[in-house]
Design a protein around this ligand. Sequence first.
Ligand code: SF4
Length: 476
Amino acid sequence: MGLLDRAGARLTAQPEDAEILVVNTCSFIDSAKQESVSTILEMARHKASGRAKKLIVAGCLVERYRDEIQKSIPEVDAVVGTGELESVLKAAGLEPGSAPAAPSPFTILTTAHAAVRSGKEALSGTHKSRAEGDARERSGRFLRDAWAGASSTLPTYLYDETTPRLISTPRASAYIKIAEGCDHPCTFCVIPNLRGKFRSRRFESVVAEAEQLVARGVSEITLIGQDTTCYGEDLGFKDGLAALLDTLARIPNLKWLRFLYAYPNRITGKLLETIARHENICKYLDLPLQHASPGVLKRMKRGASADIFLKTLSKVRAAVPGVALRTSFIVGFPGESIRDFELLEEFIKEAKFDWLGVFNYSHEEGSAAYALEEQLPQRTIESRRRRLMKLQQSISRRQKKNWVGREFTLLAEGPSTETPLLWEGRTEFHAPEIDGKVFINDFGPLAELEPGRYYRALVTESHDYDLVARIVSPES
Ligand code: SF4
């Protein structure tokens, strides 16, 4: 977005107004690919009926199906892989730094996989229009025919603090990618094929970007990467993430700082001590564990077991009192027996996560697990996923009751997307976009709230995943 903006294009939120449409795709599991292709096909309709002149497909789907996309979807004008972001300008017919007399409106649609979100949307179906249904049918055909093997050249691109950037998240909150790629050998995962070898951004570059964002009014920063806990290993740092957090936490006016996607055996004492020491580092840890049965974890090439994970969780909870824990699991990995699954259930009961997402195993060409036999029927996989979500729903309902009557700092995000009668907000224990919500039904002594501002709030009700709160006062 930043590159297009600097070259004179203007962002619009309405695809029907855009002359340049960019679909930024995800393709690590089947449902993500489906969503990506459906979005491309939906946007292709704007070339026939709207103002669109260019349809560009960017991101991970390009790394997997580069040639097939253009061959099978002729409406697509250009593709931009994860390692060639700057070529989006050529694809859009723009020159770097040249501002055209009449700026072209552009829109970027980012597709992502919804099952990672915990809670009610993961349990319920979603309504699809007939056009969406047609697009889904065409996308299914595309995906059945398209596999062309993993990309032979791995991307090496890394952005830095000088890369132009438009912020699409609400003004107070921004993500910073601190590293790209992954060197872990997880057998179910094709992400290393799509994103390349693990490489960290320079320490100074991340700090400079964070300072720039805070100067632009951002008060919450979320650090991301395929594995944030490996940050700096390739640059020769030990405990690089802890050092980075320690430096970023000192930026004046940075209210909340967090990181996502920690690898379980990379949680060091130094990292936990750093989280505990700084008031503005959110007491929140996202630790995708994938499974708890030692046999399944071994075949996933992740190692460990429920006992080892429980020790890790105890260590985290002792070092960072009150920490909120998120994790995600995969059900239906090849050969997952009923006993393996029950071990996972027992582990979830014992571990009591605050937030939990469950993925159905997706059989991906190019992954090491693709060669494994003993595939489970889709029906079994889906019923196991639902069983875990039901279990977590009851754990979450009990845990959320403990919030009632307690006061928290709340970031007000704006009127609720679910009902105009309420506002929505988050505490430090809710990461942006992914965890449950805090609904605000009473502004207390205030006539109105301001999105992006922090307030003290009292939790008055709890539901399965969400909370209801009353504003007590502005945060001093
Ligand atoms: S650590 Fe994450 S991104 Fe890396 S291979 Fe494993 S699942 Fe994939």
